[in-house]
Design a protein around this ligand. Structure first.
Ligand code: SF4
Length: 165
């Protein structure tokens, strides 16, 4: 899981644009554990600031963003992401009960999952996302407009990452 995300565009004329998608996080923690090419938790500059704030609030710490980055972040191929310090590749902030230890400051890719531009095509969705994420097909219906907005947010975040923002 060492690939920086390629810049991607919101999908057009895709299967989900007619009826939307039902999704509700089941708290499985599956998107927070090692998972092949989707493994790194990438961090834009905005994500790093937000996560530092959440980390400080949770731990009664007072780290500056740079100090937090020194401790928890590194760059691969010029793109910032969380260090993978656990032997099993799980996110370093995944806590017991599959809870996120920096939930209020979780980065864009965690907030926008599963509506990522690179997985919103029928083949990847069916083959990879549906079989991997237990929240797919459950809970409330996301309208095409809502999905489009989330995909756009994630697309912007990926653009920011590859452009060093
Ligand atoms: S930051 Fe939180 S939501 Fe994102 S992968 Fe880590 S534990 Fe999961």
């Amino acid at each position: 899981m060492a690939k920086a995300p390629p810049p991607s565009k919101p999908a057009r004329g895709q299967w989900w644009e007619k009826e939307g998608v039902r999704f509700e996080c089941q708290g499985s923690g599956k998107c927070c554990v090692s998972r092949g090419e989707y493994g790194f938790v990438y961090m834009t500059a905005k994500d790093r600031v937000a996560m530092t704030k959440a980390f400080n609030a949770k731990n009664g710490a007072n780290l500056k963003t740079r100090e937090f980055m020194d401790q928890y972040c590194e760059k691969t191929d010029g793109v910032w992401h969380l260090k993978e310090t656990r032997a099993n590749g799980d996110c370093v902030f995944l806590e017991g009960g599959n809870r996120c230890g920096v939930y209020e400051g979780r980065p864009s890719q965690c907030r926008t999952w599963p509506f990522w531009p690179e997985v919103m095509n029928a083949k990847t969705w069916k083959k990879e996302v549906s079989s991997f994420c237990p929240g797919i097909g459950k809970g409330r219906l996301y309208s095409p407009d809502e999905i489009r907005a989330i995909v756009s947010e994630q697309t912007k975040s990926e653009d920011d990452l590859v452009n060093g923002r």
